[in-house]
Design a protein. Sequence first.
Length: 272
Amino acid sequence: MVVEILSAVVVAGGAWLASSVRVVKQYERGLIYRFGRVRAKVREPGLAMLVPFVDRLQKVNMQIVTMPIPAQDGITRDNVTVRVDAVVYFKVIDPVVAAVNVQDYRSAVGQVAQTSLRSIIGKSDLDDLLSNRERLNEGLELMIDSPALDWGIHIDRVEIKDVALPEAMKRSMSRQAEAERERRARVISADGELQASHKLAQAAATMADTPSALQLRLLETVVQVSSEKNSTLVLPFPVELLRFLDAQTPKPEGNGHAAPSPRTPGDAVLPD
């Protein structure tokens, strides 16, 4: 009889201990509800002792939650239809407020994020969505973090993932980029021609002052052409070279006889 009583006491004590002991993990915090009222003291990680049939434990995850924002269709400030999706990172900083002030803080953050994303799309230009995402991310984070603070939630960061454009807009942007690159190529080519013309003018002025430089340049051109192993070589003979040779050729001296003077039509011809 005594053994049966002891066994019953042991079983009852084990059941009471099992119903009163809870384990709170490292990344969690425990909230104790006693007769429906939340206790101010938050249970830290480890063993938490409860009063059976009186206390109820609710665990709140304190890890950073990654929540994708569904793609939102909108019209930018410059009247371009886009489809933008993003991702928001948040965590609970006050488990009591997050559990009491809002029914489902995950759903609440998701709805606020979608509304804020549509608002950002309407206030921004297409160029800002494509190239100035850091500023838009900061503005979107502030818009979501403002109401989330009242729920005990802190928005860690918000990132715009992708901006989907219509096919017609993609083709227009491609043509614009191609035209811009062609314009740059033409400007660079014209600039090169201008610099080359200045150098050629300086070279021409130098060769004009020194005629022999032109001959050396001609010989150098001949050497360059002959190195290509062409079967026919057409060599222009410059007039300047003829003038140079004519100037260097000595002229014959006179033999003592005077050169006959030219006759005029009125002169008489006398016989010898």
